[in-house]
Ligand binder design. Sequence first.
Ligand SMILES: [Zn+2]
Length: 63
Amino acid sequence: MMNNVKTYLAGIRTTQITPKCPKCRKYYVGYPALSREDNETEICPECGVKEAILCYLRNRKPV
Ligand SMILES: [Zn+2]
């Protein structure tokens, strides 16, 4: 019984899609973020946040 559950969970883990982020070249789980550079490249959520911050800083005009 316990072994069956373990095998079942292992099966889920191996069949789960782990996309690779083209920016940091790391595998990630969860929903990808859309790159702001071309609006079609899927990157990891971590890079998505970084791009958002960079975009904000770039667009911020120095007073
Ligand atoms: Zn990344």
